[in-house]
Design a protein around this ligand. Structure first.
Ligand SMILES: C[S@@+](CC[C@H](N)C(=O)[O-])C[C@H]1O[C@@H](n2cnc3c(N)ncnc32)[C@H](O)[C@@H]1O
Ligand code: SF4
Length: 375
């Protein structure tokens, strides 16, 4: 089994809860955060043997910058001790714009972080209010200035679109501002109304609505065309990057490669096996304290499962999958493993050219309909 090239580190805390978000996260007191980070580092110690081939690290959440500064510093210092950062090409952290101060940015810089993913969602006051975000356009501008002043050059901005009042002129304003402020990568997510979120409840009460599907598909196409005109590569369904700024870490997932994970609720994928850690923070800490692995779920994937995942993840990328690599990996031709590919090609929902199988860019808005055929 080859050593994983990517490490995911999970921080399940947020300073406040956004109306659309169903990620596992909590607003916690300082002592709880301290206990958690202590055990997170301990899990890192237990797994350090598998860190030798790492090329990317991603600290996500929740909101990692919701940690008190000294705790974030403690975490980064310990990761630096456990991992040879000389081999790390991309080291990302998710951050909330109004957590970014010169002091925090310095801690990130000294910790070796070289990519920041900012949860902006929008610059529009009304939209930010509906989404339950606490920052303003000015906070984002200040955050990006601080980061740029310290030499951070690789910056992702997360945006959300697809609220009932969204139109292209409105979303274009967000894209334009993100670009003007120096984003080298943009993740543009269409709003999902998740169960047990405030927006879902408001929707059920008739007080909130999403954009109609057809209008949203139009919006998606316009977002993609606009970002391409502005020099961004559309490389995954929701992800756009300036040349050489694609997320190497996320490409590990989409290329269906092994990765390690630490933290409550973190998943990892080693050999043919997927693991998911205990989500409950106290139970997670108990398990780590006793030196036991903290996973609650282990799924050994059959060759069929792995082929399915290869398609579902790989077809998210605009370059799709390599037919020869698929055959080398699974010992079977992709067309033989999935006869449905022929139908999808006839329907022009898939294209096979120069050894690659992919969803044509103008059909990416139908990606869910395509991917569902591989489940
Ligand atoms: C787990 S969040 C982490 C980022 C960080 N906590 C923040 O929000 O500042 C990752 C991203 O997922 C996206 N996201 C979360 N819930 C979503 C939903 N229901 N629909 C669309 N995008 C969503 C948001 O763009 C968010 O920035
Ligand atoms: S979007 Fe980010 S900040 Fe908001 S609740 Fe989800 S994880 Fe927390």
């Amino acid at each position: 089994m080859s050593e994983p090239k990517a490490l995911y580190v999970h921080i399940p805390f947020c300073s406040s809860i956004c109306t659309y978000c169903d990620f596992y996260k909590l607003v916690a007191k300082r002592e709880r955060k301290e206990k958690y980070v202590e055990h997170l580092v301990k899990e890192g110690e237990l797994k350090k043997e598998s860190f030798s081939a790492l090329e990317t690290i991603y600290i996500g959440g929740g909101t990692p910058t919701a940690l008190p500064l000294n705790l974030l510093d403690y975490l980064l210092t310990n990761l630096k001790r456990l991992i040879d950062l000389g081999n790390i090409e991309e080291y990302s952290i998710e951050a909330n714009p109004n957590d970014i101060t010169p002091e925090l940015a310095l801690v990130l810089k000294e910790g070796g972080v070289n990519r920041i993913s900012l949860g902006v969602q929008s610059f529009d006051k009304e939209k930010l209010k509906i989404l339950g975000r606490k920052h303003s356009e000015d906070d984002v501008r200040k955050a990006l200035m601080i980061l740029r002043d310290l030499g951070f050059k690789n910056i992702n901005v997360d945006l959300i679109y697809g609220l009932q009042d969204d139109s292209f002129p409105k979303v274009k304003k967000d894209l334009k501002k993100a670009i003007a402020m120096g984003a080298t990568h943009i993740s543009a997510y269409s709003l999902i109304l998740e169960e047990k979120t405030i927006l879902k409840k408001l929707h059920a009460e008739g007080k909130f609505n999403r954009l109609d599907d057809d209008l949203e598909a139009e919006l998606y196409k316009k977002i993609s065309a606009y970002l391409k005109r502005r020099g961004f590569l559309h490389y995954e369904i929701s992800n756009f990057a300036r040349k050489n700024f694609q997320s190497k870490h996320n490409l590990t997932y989409w290329n269906n490669m092994n990765y390690m994970g630490i933290g409550a609720g973190a998943s990892y994928y080693l050999g043919n096996t997927r693991y998911t850690n205990i989500t409950n923070i106290d139970k997670y800490c108990e398990s780590i304290a006793s030196g036991r692995p903290a996973y609650k779920e282990v799924t050994v994937l059959s060759s069929e499962d792995r082929m399915q995942e290869e398609m579902i993840l790989g077809l998210r990328k605009t370059e799709g999958i390599s037919l020869t690599e698929f055959k080398a990996k699974y010992g079977i031709d992709c067309f033989q493993a999935f006869p449905v590919i022929r139908n999808l090609i006839n329907l022009q929902l898939l294209e096979a050219k120069h050894d690659r199988l992919y969803i044509p860019e103008e059909k990416l808005y139908l990606s869910n309909e395509v991917l569902v055929n591989f489940i």
